[in-house]
Write a protein that binds this ligand. Structure first.
Ligand SMILES: [Zn+2]
Length: 478
């Protein structure tokens, strides 16, 4: 089956065809590093991590670029986010950038998000931006006004083709001093004049200033990935004006065709509301990790399709953690049995079971990276495995099953660590379960079958499933 991707630019699912055979060049808008990453960042970068991992699973050579925005991303108040953060923390801007970049990657590491191949920083690409802006001026697509340079939206007819919008309504009435020298409200800054107190500043042919946010991504993506490249990703909230403007600048300077597939992921909501500091529901990843295992958070994110919004409640995250523990229970049981299983090849039944699981998993992932269906396929495999565990599986069977979990749940979904700890169940619980299993065995030996069944059913009601096999009784949670 071929991979299809929902392309926001075409507003439909399309069969994926890379620009360069066998290779995928992919860019995702990275964080503006002025604050700690929050759960919304977690969703975004886990969503794109899955796309990278699945493309690699399919055999593509993926070159993944995700930038670090360290200048030019302006708040509604007109302030640069980095400068605002630097004032707040009493740091130099680049000190702040370094601090939050490190913390960002540490958070992503815990979520098992693979690092991008290249993480370019905006401040490291000022000469390329100046060149690009000059080209737009020379081509009649940008103009200088009082030391700033603006993109002339009226010069670019297809502006709006991604988002269907040309004007940022919210902008009217704000940033008055910036808007004054613009010819039209929809024009956006490529280069901003730096006021004397603005400490992040560079020389340019138009005076001392700093770059606009949109030009950064156009310049950094094409520098490393060429033009056109395959996939451009980002949060749906950045479709307009950020991505729309990226396309206009790229195509006005270097002709039609910037990124082929535009992939947008949905927002994270907290109990039905957008996460926002003013609502008091802003949850940093660091705070979330205190309450939940990062793997459970990752698993929770993947239970929804990347394009949809994801509504987080404590209950739903707890449920995800329990679901993941059920999968782990099966993998642990497989690995425990492997220690004492008889030698032998994998049986045709086992291989058939794994084929079925793999096909269902790939069919879901091929359909626009459908992680919910992929997870459902893993739960089906888990249930089928639990049934098989009591039937005297050989080492070959168990290794094949373990291998499938490692590949699908580990390599692709990134929710199964290579080394699975013995159990998250506290030692006491494990001890009690083993004790009850022994008691049940003794009751059966004494032919007190009713009492033995009571023990089994009681454990089952608590979510502990027993499997009787030739080697004795094993158990899984789930
Ligand atoms: Zn961007």
């Amino acid at each position: 089956m071929a991979l299809s991707i929902y392309n926001s630019l075409a507003r439909e699912k399309q069969i994926f065809e890379p620009v360069r055979p066998g290779r995928v060049h992919m860019y995702v808008c990275g964080p503006t590093v002025y604050n700690d990453a929050h759960l919304g960042h977690g969703k975004t970068y886990v969503n794109f991590d899955i796309i990278v991992r699945y493309l690699r699973y399919l055999g593509f050579q993926v070159l993944y670029v995700q930038n670090i925005t360290d200048v030019g991303h302006i708040l509604d108040s007109g302030e640069d986010r980095i400068l605002k953060g630097a004032q707040r923390e009493q740091m130099q801007p680049m000190q702040l950038v370094e601090h939050y970049t490190r913390r960002y990657f540490a958070d992503m590491d815990r979520l098992n998000v693979l690092r991008p191949d290249i993480s370019p920083r905006a401040t490291g690409h000022i000469p390329e931006m100046l060149e690009w802006i000059q080209r737009l001026i020379d081509g009649g697509h940008a103009y200088v006004a009082d030391g700033s340079v603006y993109f002339d939206v009226s010069s670019w007819e297809s502006y709006g083709k991604l988002s269907g919008r040309r004007l940022e309504e919210a902008q009217t009435g704000t940033r008055v001093q910036l808007a004054d020298d613009k010819r039209a409200p929809e024009d956006f800054a490529l280069w901003r004049k730096a006021e004397p107190e603005h400490i992040m500043r560079w020389n340019s042919p138009w005076g001392v200033g700093y770059p606009g946010w949109h030009i950064e991504c156009t310049v950094m993506s094409t520098k490393y990935l060429g033009q056109p490249f395959d996939i451009h990703g980002g949060g749906v909230e950045n479709k307009f004006p950020h991505h729309e403007s990226e396309i206009a600048q790229a195509e006005a300077a270097h002709g039609e065709g910037y990124a082929r597939y535009w992939v947008h992921n949905g927002m994270l909501m907290i109990r039905g509301e957008e996460m926002h500091k003013s609502l008091g529901n802003f949850i940093s990843l660091e705070a979330a990790f205190e309450r939940w295992d990062p793997m459970a958070i990752r698993f929770f994110i993947l239970q929804s399709h990347y394009r949809g919004p994801l509504d987080l409640t404590e209950e739903s995250l707890d449920a995800a953690a329990r679901g993941l523990e059920r999968l782990y229970g099966t993998v642990r049981a497989v690995r425990r049995q492997l220690e004492s299983a008889p030698a032998g090849e994998a049986s045709p039944e086992t291989l058939q079971m794994l084929d079925t699981a793999r096909n269902a998993f790939e069919a879901s992932m091929d359909d626009d990276f459908g992680t919910p269906g992929a997870i459902a396929a893993l739960f089906d495999l888990s249930r089928a495995t639990n049934v098989q565990l009591g039937t005297g599986l050989t080492q070959g069977d168990l290794m094949a099953i373990d291998g499938a979990f490692k590949r699908l749940a580990g390599d692709v979904l990134g929710v199964l660590p290579d080394e699975l700890g013995e159990s998250d169940a506290p030692e006491l619980s494990r001890g009690l379960i083993e004790l009850l299993i022994e008691t049940r065995r003794n009751l059966r030996a004494a032919r007190a079958f009713d009492l033995a069944d009571q023990v089994r059913d009681g454990l089952g009601a608590l979510g502990v499933q027993l499997q009787d096999g030739p080697e004795g009784t094993s158990w899984t949670i789930g």
